[in-house]
Design a protein around this ligand. Structure first.
Ligand SMILES: NC(=O)c1ccc[n+]([C@@H]2O[C@H](COP(=O)([O-])OP(=O)(O)OC[C@H]3O[C@@H](n4cnc5c(N)ncnc54)[C@H](O)[C@@H]3O)[C@@H](O)[C@H]2O)c1
Length: 289
């Protein structure tokens, strides 16, 4: 069993509910916990007995997450912070370490989307997306890992994407950021192995969250953004499934975790038929036509 796995504690009171909570008393920090995959992950950890430290840019959305957690009888605290801001994240790490000591699980999940053909993208968007998606993940690790290493166990989850191994012509910025997260996570995993720290990269496919509605769409891509929102809604693959995969990744110390049928199909296609993968990725999806 992976060292970061929590010592279990019974959940529930009646016999059918009596099983071991997988993350009892574990301290789990989740970024981007105000929405989508981050919120679902926070709720899933709480359900398994963890104490969640929820971080996001949005105060109102964090409050909603906290209400959902307390409604389920769980415990959490919330912090408003921009994951790309070194000063804010350093202050957060100081506060968290003073109160709780080392984290058991760090989930670097906050991220933003970007779409548009390369020549239509702006340098500002490149900088913004890389600040959140790459620098945010790096800062989380830089600031929270040393205490975990000192204690000698823990687990880091970085939310990459299917776009971290399967690119597309309209995703140059997003794919570059997620390839970076995947490459970083693999390097970190090898580095941290001897220190008792597991590292997992989660690679979801098309998941029904707010991400497409808030994606920065440039050029032609701006014209089909509302179609993409409708497509993701219709696909209706819930963030709870990603949360479930995240908990299993921590429990079993999984390295790279595609989530959803298309993410798995892309994973194997890219590995065994890369030419076909590129042809398929170059074809516009129905909402782009
Ligand atoms: N939804 C998908 O289809 C999908 C697929 C693959 C990967 N992902 C990745 O999953 C992660 C979560 O995305 P989601 O789909 O739940 O999106 P979402 O928009 O529902 O949630 C993202 C959350 O991150 C927060 N956030 C954004 N920038 C931040 C910052 N600088 N500091 C702190 N918080 C910030 C937002 O406020 C929001 O609450 C992202 O890294 C995303 O790239 C999503």
């Amino acid at each position: 069993m992976h060292q970061s796995r929590l010592r279990g504690a019974p959940t529930g009171t009646n016999t059918s509910e009596k099983r071991m909570a997988r993350f009892a008393q574990q301290k789990v920090l989740v970024t981007g916990a105000g929405s989508g995959i981050g919120r679902a992950t926070a709720l899933a950890f709480v359900k398994e007995g963890a104490y969640v430290i929820a971080v996001d840019l949005g105060k109102a959305s964090l409050k909603e997450t906290a209400q959902l957690i307390t409604a389920k009888g769980g415990e959490c605290e919330t912090h408003v912070a921009d994951v790309s801001d070194q000063v804010a994240m350093t202050a957060l790490a100081k506060k968290v370490h003073a109160k709780h000591g080392a984290l058991d699980v760090l989930v670097n999940n906050a991220g933003i989307g970007a779409s548009g053909r390369f020549l239509e993208t702006s340098i500002e968007t490149w900088d913004k997306v890389h600040a959140v998606n790459v620098r945010g993940v790096m800062l989380g690790c830089k600031l929270f890992l040393p205490a975990m290493v000192e204690r000698g166990h823990g687990h880091v989850v970085n939310t990459a994407s299917m776009a971290g191994y399967f690119s597309a012509p309209d995703l140059p910025i997003y794919a570059a950021s997620k390839y970076a997260v995947l490459g970083f996570s693999e390097a970190l995993r090898m580095d941290m192995k001897s220190k008792g720290i597991g590292v997992s990269a989660i690679c979801p496919g098309i998941v029904n969250t707010n991400i497409v509605a808030t994606t920065v769409s440039e050029g032609e891509a701006a014209k089909w953004q509302s179609g993409a929102v409708a497509f993701y809604k219709k696909r209706n693959y819930g963030p709870e499934k990603v949360a479930d995969a995240i908990l299993k990744a921590v429990q079993h110390n999984r390295a790279v975790v595609p989530v959803s049928p298309e993410a798995w199909a892309g994973y194997y296609l890219k590995r065994f038929m890369p030419g076909l993968a590129r042809t398929l990725a170059s074809n516009p999806l129905p909402f782009m036509k």
